[in-house]
Write a protein that binds this ligand. Structure first.
Ligand SMILES: Cc1ncc(C[n+]2csc(CCOP(=O)(O)OP(=O)(O)O)c2C)c(N)n1
Ligand SMILES: [Mg+2]
Length: 558
């Protein structure tokens, strides 16, 4: 066994785990790693200027690559700054190894500056949280952390790395990685039970969750949906392209508020949720989202999610890629000629309805194309028409987002990433991580003005590393979604027409100046045409660009 320093061993262990990039922001406790990186030619260190930006960049990279992604933060305040975005990474199930430097273990008893017991801070937002206490344990612990992050259901883990561990030297056996094969095949009896219900359903629908995209199971879900003639909705707040947007059975996301969800469900007698979240709602409601007579079949890789809130008729633990084909085969053998004919009818009816709905949405957007100030729907539509086929969209448009999946070509599993966790400030840095993971695809980030301001430091990282992303700021100079919601409450604010803490007008934020100050070209657009011209030029150019689009500030329903 070779004698090796902890800092060097840590880098070697990451390489064994297939890691190429370390996202971080350093301090004194991370200096041993910076020292080791000075003579390492394989690992790339990507510096972020605030830990929230670091964490969200890593999240974008993790989601787009599906690989183990590593973050290094600075003791308690560094981890603290990252927590909001770590929450988002947890909700998206991103396989991220978050590490933080810690003071020497002998020193910690004196409670040195920036010190805190780190694993308990991270614990609520990760699958496993620990500290390396003995250099000889480092290989086992790093491999365990990597395995745990990547084992289904995937998610972040945390390790604290004390200085004496990184600086120490020992005879080390680096061991090797473990990978848990991800494609768990669902229980045959549960699959038969589900097939029986599907075969008997008169009006089935599907709810597709992120795991469909994560397991690359679009084709398998399409086959089942077409056999059944069932429309496919995306779950409430997906973070990936759960189903191809152009498919004739794709109906878009199901909606976020309970009465709207229930209205959808009332049209059906069975919902098959393929990893769809049931439900992460944002507002309480006296209305029950699931009608009493709606049958639920739920497939997920996470046993916690199965029946978490609403008991399904059948719960299947399994991966969609391997389980859906079994279910499709079981269903096919159960379907009578009559059932097949009915399914073909449904397929035609659903496709026609979806096409009509989509055309109406496009027509509405086209009709608003020349309105001043720019309306979000018109802008989304024009962006969708401008983007090349292989574009990747990162979405944090918040109140401007309705209809976005129908308006962007997002057809493959990596073509669309959205904010599932709800902690805003994610999209701008996440897009940089997405571009690092998918360097050959054009990446466009569509970001609300308010959201952009949480992590705008990430623009410097894009400039510094020559990472070409086009950022479109949906600038309504407000926290428009909050104004919409407060207005809907019909309280004092609505009556007085005063929205405290939601106006970003005085002074207006100069995104063009902000971008330039961080080394990125910034341009302003006042019309849809100006915006898409800039977008097309930016994509062609390939360097980063911020397009600040002046949007309609209206927030009251017409
Ligand atoms: C970290 C974090 N802080 C605050 C919020 C509350 N919040 C939700 S949406 C929103 C405003 C978003 O503004 P913007 O990005 O401009 O989008 P708009 O609503 O104007 O469309 C805020 C402050 C949050 N979700 N996450
Ligand atoms: Mg806004």
């Amino acid at each position: 066994m070779p004698v090796m320093s902890g800092k060097r061993a840590f880098l070697e262990l990451l390489k064994q785990e297939g890691v190429h990039i370390l996202f971080g922001n350093p301090g004194t406790t991370e200096l041993p790693l910076m020292d080791a990186l000075a003579v390492d030619n394989e690992l790339r260190y990507v510096l972020g200027l605030q830990e929230a930006a670091v964490m969200a960049m890593a999240d974008g990279y993790a989601q787009a690559s599906g690989r183990l992604t590593v973050v290094n933060l600075h003791v308690a305040p560094g981890l603290g700054n990252a927590m909001g975005m770590l929450y988002d990474a947890q909700k998206a199930g991103s396989p991220i190894l978050v590490t933080a430097g810690q003071h020497d273990q002998q020193f910690n008893v004196t409670e040195p500056i920036l010190w805190a017991d780190l694993p308990p801070i991270a614990r609520p937002f990760v699958k496993w949280s620990s500290e390396v206490r003995r250099l000889q344990d480092l290989p086992r612990i790093v491999h365990r952390a990597a395995k745990t992050a990547l084992a289904p259901p995937t998610g972040p883990v945390f390790l604290s790395l004390p200085g004496d561990i990184l600086q120490g030297e020992a005879d080390l056996d680096l061991m090797k990685p473990t990978r848990v094969a991800p494609h768990l095949r669902g229980d045959p009896a549960a699959i038969e039970a589900a097939a029986a219900l599907l075969a008997a359903a008169k009006h089935p629908m599907m709810l597709a969750g992120d795991i469909v995209a994560q397991s690359r199971a679009h084709a398998e879900l399409i086959e089942l949906a077409e056999l059944l003639g069932a429309p496919v909705y995306s779950e409430l707040v997906p973070s990936m392209a759960t189903f191809p947007a152009s498919h004739s059975l794709y109906r878009g996301t199901i909606g976020r508020v309970t009465p709207a969800i229930r209205e959808v469900f009332e049209q059906y007698d069975l919902v098959f949720s393929v990893g769809g979240d049931l439900f992460t709602l944002s507002l309480p409601s006296p209305v029950h989202p699931i009608p009493d007579d709606l049958q639920v079949i739920h497939l997920d890789v996470d046993p916690w999610e199965l029946g978490k809130n609403y008991p399904p008729a059948v719960a299947i633990l399994g991966d969609p890629k391997t389980t859906l084909p079994d279910l499709t085969a079981a269903l096919r053998s159960r379907m009578t000629a009559g059932a097949r004919a009915a399914a073909r009818e449904r397929l035609k009816g659903a496709s026609d309805a979806i096409l009509a709905e989509r055309e109406a949405l496009h027509a509405k957007a086209r009709a608003a194309a020349t309105n001043r100030p720019v309306e979000p729907l018109a802008l989304l539509h024009a962006i969708g028409a401008t983007l090349p086929k292989d574009a990747v969209v990162v979405d944090e448009t918040i109140s401007s987002g309705p209809g976005i999946r129908q308006l962007m070509r997002s057809d493959d599993p990596q073509s669309f990433f959205g904010l599932r966790g709800g902690g805003i400030g994610w999209g701008l840095p996440a897009a940089i991580g997405v571009k690092l993971a998918l360097p050959d695809r054009p990446v466009v980030a569509l970001i609300g003005d308010g959201s952009a301001m949480y992590t705008c430091q990430a623009l410097w990282t894009a400039a510094h590393n020559r990472i070409g992303v086009v950022f479109v700021i949906f600038n309504n100079r407000s926290y428009r979604i909050l104004k919409q919601r407060l207005h809907a409450q019909r309280g004092h604010a609505a009556q007085a027409d005063i929205y405290v803490g939601m106006e970003l007008v005085d002074p207006p934020i100069d995104f063009v100046g902000l971008a330039r100050s961080l080394g990125i070209t910034g341009e302003r657009a006042k019309t849809v045409h100006e915006a898409t011209d800039l977008l097309a030029a930016g994509l062609k150019d390939g360097t980063s660009l911020v397009i600040d689009v002046e949007l309609d500030r209206a927030f009251k329903p017409m």
